[in-house]
Design a protein around this ligand. Structure first.
Ligand SMILES: Cc1cc2nc3c(=O)[nH]c(=O)nc-3n(C[C@H](O)[C@H](O)[C@H](O)COP(=O)(O)OP(=O)(O)OC[C@H]3O[C@@H](n4cnc5c(N)ncnc54)[C@H](O)[C@@H]3O)c2cc1C
Length: 460
């Protein structure tokens, strides 16, 4: 019988990605009855994925799961290898040689396009870029957002769109003491934007935002959240949807929207216009975005399955900046099957499949498994399910001993990769917290990889 999973021959597991799904997968492995040694690879020197670089800076409570991840990282059977991009610094084939199992937890790092003319004009951005920029993600550090126009448009009505609107509509004082990146705060402080339009292709009952997030838009210091009463008129199918008990969350959002619609004339400096049943058809401008053409829609279909159809009416909205927030999408890693249409790694119960065949030893979890849906906590059950499949497969896997990351040290050194371990990250973390103290911020993030590595080089 195989001794894989014992102290003599521990399961060597690699996890690719250090967001929530990666940490929850590590937790499930470490808590299993098998002896498992976990090495977590992360392309940035900083761990925690979108909890650090996606979740809005003015939502500090939502960053609390990081404490739990820190506890997982303290396990003696866990190693963090930051600043290592799998597929570039180390190949999947090289990982396979050193590990019995690999779990891909690499998230959904790019965005979906609108697919309309003019989408690539200057001033038209993905929400992914803006979110990464204000959260200090190194990939987006040098992007430029021109906020000198008075009107901004956000396409989409999910929680990410709400985050983008809130950041555009808040005052500098509302953001000053958050962990928003300093470069972003400086640009937002100069923003001339007065009107922000959040536009959805379907109606108020179908919008995806959470009612709590929506409600918060009504409590901004110097911005009025506005909805035109006629936008809340419902067709019979939408009224049925609203009455459906399974749809209680929409009912709560609808009530919040009614509150916005009943408000008196706006008095504050900024206005957030929440509009429904419109789709962007074309972005226009001479060299840069000047206006968006919006098609009016009506809903067709059965309750809970209604789709937006253009009515033929088109209106024009002058704007200087536009953010599309219509979904995140995964990025393929060389050597791993990928579903281009869905932007995910194809799998059955977390086992990666190539066509109909399961690829032995390869697993997937989180947003790259199920697409960009679900909150931080959703990833815990998802990762536990993937790890359950993995543990069930152990008796079938080749049981010969593996080296784990020790077998990669020479290769990484040869490729001049400066691996950032967890103790290194703690040095960077402490330096960020110190930098934030003077400004009354929880931290001032380093927004360039070189800066983070410099902190380590100077650390005595
Ligand atoms: C803008 C935004 C706001 C959100 N706000 C909230 C909120 O308020 N509350 C809430 O509960 N949820 C929120 N979420 C959802 C939550 O962030 C996700 O559910 C969660 O982060 C998904 O976890 P993940 O581990 O699958 O992916 P991620 O968190 O994206 O982690 C993936 C990690 O993999 C790394 N990686 C990618 N490719 C490689 C590679 N080739 N090699 C090595 N490492 C790699 C990435 O750098 C990243 O660290 C928000 C999401 C977004 C986008």
């Amino acid at each position: 019988m195989s001794n894989l999973g014992t102290a003599q021959n521990p399961v060597r597991a690699a996890i690719v990605g250090s967001g929530p799904s990666g940490f929850y997968a590590a937790e499930a492995l470490l808590e299993s009855e098998q002896t498992v040694l976990v090495d977590m690879f992360e392309r940035l020197p900083a761990p925690f994925g979108l909890v650090r670089s996606g979740v809005a800076p003015d939502h500090p409570n939502l960053k609390k799961p990081i404490r739990g991840y820190q506890r997982i990282a303290e396990s003696r059977r866990f190693r963090f290898l930051g600043n290592v991009t799998v597929g570039r610094d180390i190949t999947v084939e090289e990982l396979k040689r050193c590990y019995h199992v690999i779990i891909f937890a690499c998230g959904a790092e790019t965005d979906r396009k609108l697919g309309i003319p003019g989408e690539h004009l200057a001033g038209s951005h993905a929400a992914t870029e803006f979110v990464g920029w204000y959260n200090g993600h190194p990939d987006y550090r040098d992007l430029v957002f021109d906020l000198s126009h008075e009107t901004a448009v956000v396409i989409g009505q999910g929680n990410v769109a709400v985050d983008v609107c809130r950041i555009l509509c808040k005052t500098t004082d509302e953001l000053r003491h958050t962990d928003i990146a300093g470069h972003a705060l400086a640009v937002l402080a100069q923003s001339k934007i007065r009107d922000v339009y959040m536009i959805g292709r379907r109606g108020p009952v179908q919008a995806k935002f959470a009612h709590q997030e929506l409600k918060a838009l009504g409590k901004l210091a110097d911005c009025d959240a506005l909805v035109a009463p006629h936008d809340l008129e419902l067709n019979p199918a939408s009224r049925e949807e609203l009455a459906d008990k399974r749809n209680r969350a929409s009912g709560k959002s609808y009530e919040v929207l009614q509150g916005f619609a009943a408000r008196q004339a706006p008095t504050r400096h900024r206005r957030l216009h929440i509009q429904f049943l419109k789709s962007p058809k074309e972005l226009k401008g001479e060299g840069k975005l000047e206006r968006v053409m919006l098609a009016r829609n009506r809903l067709e279909g059965e309750p809970l399955q209604q789709v937006a159809r253009e009515t033929g009416e088109v209106e024009e909205l002058a704007c200087g900046v536009l953010f599309r927030s219509v979904g995140y999408c995964g990025v393929a890693i060389q050597g791993v099957p990928f579903d281009d249409d869905r932007g995910v790694i194809p799998n059955q119960d977390g086992r990666i499949v190539d066509g109909q065949n399961v690829v032995a030893g390869l697993y997937v979890t989180g947003w790259i498994k199920r697409g960009p849906t679900g909150l931080i906590g959703t990833n815990r059950a998802d990762s536990a399910a993937t790890v359950m499949s993995l543990l069930a497969d152990l008796p079938k896997l080749p049981a010969g001993p593996k080296t784990g990351a020790d077998g990669l040290t020479a290769t990484l050194q040869h490729r001049a990769v400066r691996v950032v371990n967890y103790a290194d990250w703690q040095v960077i973390d402490a330096a960020e917290v110190r930098r934030g103290e003077t400004a009354g911020k929880p931290r001032e993030k380093f927004t360039r990889v070189e800066e983070m590595l410099e902190v380590l080089a100077n650390f005595k």
